[in-house]
Design a protein around this ligand. Structure first.
Ligand code: HEM
Length: 394
């Protein structure tokens, strides 16, 4: 990222493209061609249409990584990459678990988790890395609660999940951590068959249905929930804190009235749009998108961070204004729209106001020029956010 521009803004090229080439053929870093969609209406047009577009290649790694993986059969349970009836079957089974009402039951747990992690700061000497000490553990422990990971295994679970996204560790260590997580989930799912409890996996196993989920599907689902819900929320907590400290009048509004986050949380998600570089779809028929005809078999990458800054859909789209409520595509759109969005909102609505309220004199100690932004990753954020503070209050 050029250091002379706002680190929360998308690449400036998108502002130009939205005007001149809103649907443009480009070469993806992985070496295959895609149609890049940068405007808000076109983004919704593509993401909302599962008749003409397939999600089979929607895995995040395809755009940056190995193009040979394109078109492969999605692993069982990874609903992000399923279409039609198979997607609906998996989505419906999970939807109940992530409804507002069900998620609201987690509020006391999340409040306690956030309080404990802020209490822990009080025992430490700054500066510390907010991403590692606060951003990462909270969503990891929330997912472990949802899935029903036993108390005594949570520390191991949290360490293994954090290691997978820690780029300061060598690749082999990260790969080993991913393998450990897969082994961990295999044991977890098996234990829920033997001894069901009050958690998502046990309910999925026990619910009477004509088409029970298989062991492999439950494994795939668990890994997907971790992959989709952990680092995303961790980056929102960390980058969100930084964005609020850089916009002190917005932070002050939250401290004065935390309920502003009822709308503000979506504005923050829109403004930061951390799922970067394109959500991938494959055309199943010849289909018109904006001014271009996309041929069957071609890929389309929808650039959420650009769509969310489209001035044709929102005035002053480049500024952060927590007092407004606006639609956005930060959680995607259409049939695959984020399943965990209510949970992510709840975590952010608790974590950010509590941090700002309790940690007095909270400040970032690294200059923006030397801040390690995640320009190289599909989920944008900061690899490390060194903070210091004056006092932690009750
Ligand atoms: C602020 C945090 C989050 C952001 C920005 C985010 C963003 C997204 C986006 C953009 C998609 C759409 C992908 C596509 O259309 O191909 C998505 C899908 C999904 N997200 Fe999230 N997400 C977040 C948190 C979570 C959490 C906490 C969970 C669950 C624990 C979760 C679970 C999922 C799942 C399962 C899907 C796939 C849904 C489907 O294919 O039907 N996400 N998310």
């Amino acid at each position: 990222m050029p250091q002379n521009r706002c680190p929360f803004d998308p690449d400036p090229i998108y502002a130009e493209l939205r005007g001149t080439d809103p649907v443009m053929r480009v070469s993806a870093p992985a070496g295959f061609d895609v149609w890049l969609v940068s405007g808000y209406e076109d983004a919704r047009r593509v993401l909302g249409d599962n008749t003409n577009f397939s999600s089979v290649d929607a895995s995040s790694s395809h755009l940056m990584g190995d193009p040979d993986a394109l078109g492969g059969t999605p692993p069982p349970g990874v609903l992000l990459r399923y279409d039609g009836d198979e997607h609906t079957r998996l989505r419906l089974r999970l939807a109940r678990e992530f409804m507002v009402k069900r998620v609201a039951r987690l509020e006391p747990f999340i409040r306690q988790l956030v309080a404990e992690h802020i209490d822990r700061l009080a025992t430490k000497q700054g500066p510390i890395d907010l991403y590692r000490e606060f951003g990462l553990p909270i969503p990891a422990l929330v997912i472990s609660e949802v899935l029903g990971v036993a108390e005594e295994d949570r520390e191991e679970f949290e360490k293994a999940t954090a290691a997978q996204v820690d780029l300061t560790l060598p690749l082999e260590v990260r790969q080993q951590a991913a393998a450990n997580s897969a082994g961990f989930f295999a044991k977890l799912v098996a234990s829920k068959y033997e001894q069901p409890d009050d958690d998502l996996l046990s309910r999925l196993i026990q619910e009477p249905t004509e088409q029970p989920l298989t062991f492999e599907e439950l494994m795939g689902l668990s890994l997907l929930l971790l992959a989709a819900g952990h680092d995303t929320t961790a980056n929102m907590i960390t980058l969100g804190t930084y964005a609020l400290l850089q916009n002190p009048e917005q932070a002050a509004m939250i401290v004065a009235d935390p309920s502003i986050m009822d709308t503000g949380v979506d504005e923050l998600i829109r403004y930061l749009s951390i799922v970067h570089n394109g959500v991938l779809r494959k055309a199943t028929t010849d289909v018109q998108v904006g001014n271009q005809l996309v041929r069957a078999g071609e890929h389309v990458a929808v650039v959420l961070e650009s769509a969310n800054r489209d001035p044709r859909f929102l005035d002053a789209a480049d500024s952060l204004d927590l007092a407004r409520s606006s639609a956005h595509v930060g959680f995607g759109y259409g049939p695959h729209q984020c399943l965990g969005q209510h949970l992510a909102r709840l975590e952010l609505k608790i974590a950010l106001p509590e941090l700002l309220r309790r940690v007095k004199g909270l400040r970032v100690v690294t200059d923006v020029e030397s801040m390690p932004f995640k320009n190289d990753m599909l989920v944008y954020g900061i690899h490390q956010l060194m903070i210091d503070w004056d006092e932690v209050v009750a």
